[in-house]
Design a protein around this ligand. Structure first.
Ligand code: C2O
Length: 532
């Protein structure tokens, strides 16, 4: 096994990813942040220097951190946040192949750009696409106005979308637009009618703070081969719907015709994004040669806009059938058969105004709030628990103590009308039952989608619960530590949509507490970081 070392300098910069200039957060001056690659069994060492004026952390989304809870990057829970001017070294083993990503877990920093891809066991010919919503205002200011009575709980609506950090300026057409461009070759992308197997893997990551995307590629079909990094039985699709935090790997084929540049479409799915002036998403270009810089012939024009919006309640009419695959009907490969649980936990989700009139998330009636999350001098929950100490937070009703070795079934009842992508750290969660929109709460096995499926349920780390509906997931407590579960709509974490499983304490094998300091190999302050 190898060790891969990265030096990351986190700082702000001014940039115009879609033609509108604003302050963003970069790593080593790059946006999106530098890609991280590793192989199965390798060790990653990432030296972080925080040049922001606020504390930060990095989380490695989807990496299970087996035995290394203290590297999970959640401030106040597994580590003290990295102080402005401070450094911290993350070190962990990438033990499973797949498509992952990393992002700040502090405040709403990842919405401003502090995020990148993390690919384990990939091939150099793989194409990585980070699709994201994008705001023209800094996320701090947006979060501040979201958390006021005046917002009435309405989340900030994105101004635009980006693919690999590039979006189209409002009103641009054809060649006047900027597009992210990725390159394949004809021998890797057979005709869909041919019997040749596709070689071209595309790893799609929805790094949004809020948006659900419908992803498709003009004149190409997708064979979905992995969800959240985990291999599945190949599922053909013309498009795929992706919630914030989710990833899919697809192998692509050409539906017809000669290999030619094609538009990649990341279109907003949310009906809430209905402002006629708002962007409907982002385009990128799949080219068949690095030297072919032409624009696809389906080029949008002024009279045929970038994204046709025939029905404003439906962002697009160009995707064949955004709903043609239910991502929760995908089957794991190899097959799994799950045990029945030893423990059942029920989580009720709702939103309501607090005493000051601010709309907050309530998890079993409690809004998650841990003021020490932003305090670089405060000990995190896991460190206190290891020392046998408790904190006031331990009495919060959304901190659950769970026991090593037990199989936990978690019944999630979503009393809110909106969909929420639930992300759980440190474990693979299997989705045993998932109700349709408005199937009703609380969960009951007699509801249409109530029966529990122990045979080949999909396992993933980010699963979306529908509005006014329930979902039942199951995991094995096989990784001691303090693990957060939260909505991956970043505004909702700010509104208190989180809970923590304290697993295996206090007999948890002692992992070293976060050092908070950088070893001698860290770059001197002021030295630009370079990948090594
Ligand atoms: Cu991708 Cu807790 O986050």
């Amino acid at each position: 096994a190898q060790t891969h070392t990265y030096n990351f300098i986190i700082e702000t910069a001014t940039a115009s990813p879609d033609g509108t200039s604003r302050s963003i957060i970069t790593v080593n001056g790059q946006f999106p942040a530098p890609p991280i690659t590793s192989n199965v069994g390798d060790t990653l060492i990432i030296h972080v220097t925080n040049k922001l004026t606020v504390p930060t952390t990095l989380h490695w989304h989807g990496i299970l951190q087996t035995g290394t809870n203290n590297m999970d990057g959640v401030p106040g829970i597994v580590q003290s946040p990295i102080a402005p001017g401070g450094t911290f070294t993350y070190q962990f083993i990438t033990d499973a192949p797949g498509t992952y990503w990393y992002h700040s877990h502090s405040q709403t920093q990842y919405i401003d750009g502090l995020k990148g891809s993390l690919i384990v066991g990939g091939d150099p010919s793989d194409i990585v696409l980070q699709i994201s919503d994008w705001y023209h205002t800094g996320a701090d200011a947006l979060a501040a106005s979201y958390l006021t009575p005046a917002s009435m709980g309405n989340e900030p609506i994105p101004d635009n979308a980006l693919v690999n950090g590039i979006g189209q300026a409002a009103g641009c057409t054809g060649a006047s637009c900027t597009y992210a461009r990725v390159v394949t070759s004809a021998d890797r992308v057979p005709l869909c009618s041919a019997s040749t197997a596709s070689q071209q893997r595309i790893r799609i990551i929805n790094t949004s703070g809020f948006a659900v995307f419908d992803f498709s590629i003009d004149n190409h079909n997708l064979g979905i081969v992995a969800a959240d990094g985990m291999p599945i039985v190949t599922q053909p699709a013309s498009s795929i719907r992706m919630n914030a935090g989710q990833r899919y790997d697809v192998l692509i084929c050409r539906a017809s015709g000669r290999p030619a540049p094609a538009f990649i479409r990341a279109l907003f799915d949310q009906p809430a994004f209905t402002s006629p002036s708002a962007s409907a998403g982002a385009l990128a270009i799949l080219a068949y040669s690095a030297t072919d810089t032409s624009i696809p012939t389906t080029v949008p024009t002024a009279s045929s806009p970038l994204f046709p919006r025939a029905d404003p309640s439906k962002p697009t009419t160009t995707v064949p059938d955004p709903a043609n695959v239910d991502p929760y009907d995908l089957q794991p490969s190899p097959a799994v058969s799950l045990p029945h649980p030893n423990q059942i936990i029920t989580i009720d989700i709702s939103f309501a105004n607090d005493a000051t009139g601010v709309n907050r998330a309530n998890i079993n009636g409690h809004t998650f709030s841990l003021p020490t999350m932003d305090d670089p001098t405060a000990a995190p929950l896991a460190q206190l628990a290891l020392a046998g100490q408790t904190s006031p937070a331990n009495s919060m009703p959304n901190i659950f103590t769970i026991q090593s070795g037990q199989v936990y079934q978690v019944i999630l009842n979503n009393y809110d009308n909106n969909e929420h992508p639930i992300h759980f750290h440190g474990h693979v969660s299997y989705v045993l039952a998932r109700g349709d929109v408005n199937e009703g709460v609380p969960y009951s096995v007699t509801k249409p989608n109530g029966p529990l499926n122990y045979n080949n349920p999909i396992g993933r780390d980010t699963m979306s619960i529908n509005g006014n509906s329930s979902m039942v997931i199951q995991f094995t407590a096989n990784n001691p530590g303090a693990w957060i579960m939260h909505c991956h709509i970043d505004w909702h974490i700010e509104a208190g949509f989180a809970l923590v499983f304290m697993e295996g304490f206090p007999t948890q094998p002692a992992v070293p507490p976060p050092s908070g300091s950088c070893p001698t190999s860290c770059p001197a302050s002021g030295t630009p970081g370079n990948l090594t």
